[in-house]
Design a binder for this molecule. Structure first.
Ligand code: ATP
Length: 237
């Protein structure tokens, strides 16, 4: 089968925060190609640059040097306006803290996104995809942490994004709930074909990945391809 063109490609990506003696080298020349449709897990010690890479791919930050492309379009050459459009049209974000609006129900939180998306799902359909169809009229304070994270995932997928970028999606959850949330991400990858990238400290997450990237000190230490990813429900924590 011919290889698909990469969804992301980066070359010599460098990110330095601050200057002089206090400068922090968050990324030190990262090169990477990622094919579409995979689940990639980024592992590495705290401060090794995982979130910085995710933020640059997500158009939330810009590198100090180097270039990045999304489907052949150069992100690092885009205006702020074009980057905003790129994020809006192509990406869903999931963070450790769910960032739901407390005064809106689960369904209304999802609607915030579907109202401005080009080809959105019905909010109720997105909530059904994450197994929350019966909780759509609940407010965040009436939902558990795992359920709130599932609302956040429903919000991220409701616009049918090409890519789901997840930074510590299970960081605030116990292991059983974390596994459930990972199961939802795996299900979305398989059913919608979205490319999924997960930054995590939970090393066992690597078992469900197609590709595992290990970071050390701002650089990629290894990239492994996993020929037989496990179902999230089977992961041992
Ligand atoms: N806005 C910022 N200003 C200054 N330094 C920053 C900023 N953002 C990140 N850094 C630094 O860049 C380095 C890489 O941070 P990054 O968040 O990418 O690491 P990480 O591997 O995702 O860590 P963690 O697992 O703790 O989230 C760290 O030393 C961090 O302190």
């Amino acid at each position: 089968m011919p290889q698909q063109p990469p969804i992301y490609r980066v070359e010599g990506l460098t990110r330095v925060y601050g200057e002089g003696a206090s400068a922090v080298h968050a990324l030190r020349g990262v090169d990477l190609e990622l094919p579409p449709g995979e689940i990639t897990v980024l592992l590495g010690p705290s401060g090794s640059g995982k979130s910085t890479l995710l933020n640059i791919l997500g158009g939330l930050d810009r590198p100090s040097a180097g270039r990045a492309w999304f489907r052949g379009e150069e992100l690092t050459a885009m205006s702020d306006r074009a980057l905003t459009r790129y994020r809006r049209d192509n990406l869903g974000f999931v963070f450790q803290f769910y960032n739901l609006m407390p005064s809106l129900t689960a369904e209304e939180n999802v609607e915030l996104v579907t109202e401005i998306a080009r080809n959105p799902m019905d909010p109720a359909e997105a909530l059904a995809l994450v197994g929350l169809d019966t909780r759509k009229d609940h407010f965040p304070s009436q939902l558990s942490g795992g359920e709130q994270q599932r609302v956040a995932i429903a919000r991220a997928v409701a616009k049918r994004p090409d890519v789901l970028l997840c930074d510590e999606p299970t960081g605030a959850l116990d292991s059983a709930t974390g596994r459930e949330v990972l199961g939802v991400l795996q299900h979305l990858n398989r059913s919608l074909g979205s490319t999924v990238m997960i930054v995590t400290h939970a090393a066992a997450t690597a078992e469900m990945a197609d590709r595992v990237i290990r970071f050390t000190d701002g650089a990629i230490r290894s990239v492994e391809h996993n020929d037989a990813p496990r179902a999230a429900a089977e992961i041992e924590w």
